[in-house]
Design a protein around this ligand. Structure first.
Ligand code: FES
Length: 382
C-alpha cells in the first residue's frame, strides 16, 4: 500500500483503496443475496456434524455447512426455524425437519456458523433412529438450509406464552434466545412439559438460569412422569391451567410445539377460554389429525370409480391409501414431490408448506378437501 502511495500520490491511492473496499463489499452483499435466494431452493447442501452429546432418548448435534460460502453465511436465520435433513435409508431416501435449538453461533475452531439440533429417538421413526445410530462427529448429511415461518413478528405486544411438549422445546429455546437478543421487549412465559427426565437435557438448568437473570422471563417446567424426587409442578397441562400460569392471565400470543394430541386439546381449550385463533401459533411437522368427519369424493384422473376422502390427515394419505402412487417424501411441505393438480373443488391448508406450489397445483401432504375434488395431472408436478 505504501508503494502505491509513493507511486500514485495520496489521493489516487486512497481512491483505489476505497474502490477496492467498495467492490469487496458489493461482492459480499451480492453473494449474501444469492445465498438468501438459494436458501429457499429445494437443493440440499452437504453439512458436517462436528459435535454430539447424548442424553438417553435425546441427542444434541452441532453441525455446519461444508461448502465455504455457506459455512460463512449467517443469513437472517430466526429462532423457530428448522433444517430439513435428508438421509439415505436402506428403504430409500427420507427427509425430516428438525427445529434449530439455538440461534447460529460462530465457531473460530471450525471457521463456520454452527447450528444446533436436539433429536429424540422415536420408536417408529426411521430418520431419528438413523441419526441416533449414525450421526457422529464427522458424519456428512444432505441438508436444506434453514427455513420456516414459526418466528416472532417484527413487533411484539403483550405477554407471549411458549408451550413446549418434550422435544418441542427446541424452537422455543431458539425463540427465547431471540427474545433475549431483542432486549426482552415483552413479558415471556415458557412452559415445558416432559414425561421423561432425559428430555430435560442441559436445557432445563440453562432456562432456569436465564429466568433467574431476566425479570420478564418466567420458566415453568412440568413433569408428567413418575419420579418421587421431582419437587416441581406435575400433571397434565390444560388450557385453563396454562392461562393461570401465565404472568398476565390473558396472554397476547400462545406459541406451541408439542405432540399433535397435546396441541389439539390445548387449542380447543384455549378457544373455549376465549383465546382467538389468530393468537394461537403452532409448529407441526406433519399434518395433525383431522377433526372434520365429512366424507368427500375424489375423482382422480381417468379412474372410472371415484375415490373417497374419509377424514385422513391429508389428501396425500387418502390417495396413497387407495392405491394412487403419488411420489412423496417428507410429508411436511418441503420436498415438493407430492404435487397434484386441482381441476375442480377446494381444499383447506393444514400445514403451511415451505416448497412453492404453482398456480392450480397443491402439495397433497399439506391439504385436506373441503368439497368433492376433481384431481388430475402427473403426480410429479408441472
Ligand atoms: S411429501 Fe414432501 S412436500 Fe409433500
Amino acid at each position: 500500500m505504501w508503494i502505491a502511495y509513493g507511486l500514485l500520490g495520496v489521493s489516487a491511492a486512497a481512491l483505489l483503496w476505497a474502490a477496492f473496499i467498495f467492490g469487496h463489499g458489493l461482492v459480499l452483499a451480492l453473494q449474501g443475496r444469492r445465498l438468501d435466494r438459494q436458501r429457499h431452493s429445494t437443493t440440499p447442501q452437504p453439512w458436517r456434524v462436528v459435535a454430539r452429546k447424548d442424553h438417553g432418548a435425546c441427542i444434541q448435534l452441532w453441525l455446519h455447512a461444508c461448502r465455504g460460502r455457506w459455512r460463512w453465511w449467517r443469513g437472517n436465520i430466526r429462532g423457530g426455524q428448522y433444517l430439513t435433513l435428508q438421509v439415505a435409508l436402506p428403504s430409500g431416501p427420507q427427509s425430516r425437519r428438525y427445529s434449530l435449538a439455538a440461534l447460529p453461533h460462530w465457531s473460530w475452531r471450525h471457521l463456520a456458523w454452527l447450528h444446533e439440533l436436539a433429536i429424540k429417538r422415536e420408536p417408529l421413526g426411521q430418520v431419528s433412529t438413523w441419526l441416533h445410530d449414525h450421526a457422529h462427529s464427522g458424519t456428512v448429511m444432505w441438508v436444506l438450509p434453514p427455513a420456516g415461518h414459526f418466528t416472532w413478528p417484527k413487533t411484539l405486544q403483550g405477554e407471549q406464552v411458549l408451550v413446549a411438549g418434550g422435544i418441542g422445546i427446541t424452537p422455543m429455546r431458539a425463540l427465547t434466545q431471540e427474545w433475549l437478543s431483542r432486549g426482552c421487549p415483552v413479558p415471556l412465559t415458557l412452559v415445558w412439559s416432559v414425561r421423561n427426565m432425559s428430555e430435560w437435557m442441559d436445557y432445563r438448568s440453562q432456562l432456569e438460569a436465564w429466568a433467574a437473570r431476566h425479570e420478564r422471563l418466567r420458566f415453568i417446567p412440568i413433569f408428567t412422569g413418575h419420579d418421587e424426587a421431582w419437587r416441581g409442578l406435575k400433571g397434565r397441562l390444560t388450557g385453563t391451567r396454562l392461562l393461570a400460569l401465565s404472568q398476565s392471565g390473558r396472554p397476547a400470543g400462545v406459541w406451541m410445539c408439542a405432540s399433535s394430541t397435546m396441541m389439539d386439546s390445548l387449542r380447543t381449550q384455549l378457544r373455549q377460554a376465549g383465546v382467538s385463533d389468530a393468537d394461537i401459533h403452532f409448529e407441526a411437522f406433519t399434518a395433525p389429525p383431522n377433526s372434520d368427519t365429512a366424507t368427500y369424493l375424489l375423482h382422480w384422473a381417468d379412474r372410472p370409480v371415484p375415490l373417497r376422502f374419509d377424514g385422513q390427515p391429508s389428501l396425500l394419505a387418502a390417495l396413497l391409501e387407495q392405491g394412487i402412487a403419488i411420489d412423496h417424501d417428507c410429508r411436511n411441505g418441503s420436498c415438493a414431490r407430492c404435487l397434484v393438480r386441482v381441476l375442480e373443488g377446494s381444499v383447506r391448508q393444514v400445514l403451511s408448506p415451505e416448497a412453492r406450489q404453482p398456480e392450480g397445483w397443491v402439495l397433497s401432504c399439506c391439504v385436506v378437501p373441503c368439497t368433492a375434488l376433481r384431481l388430475a395431472g402427473a403426480a410429479r408436478g408441472p
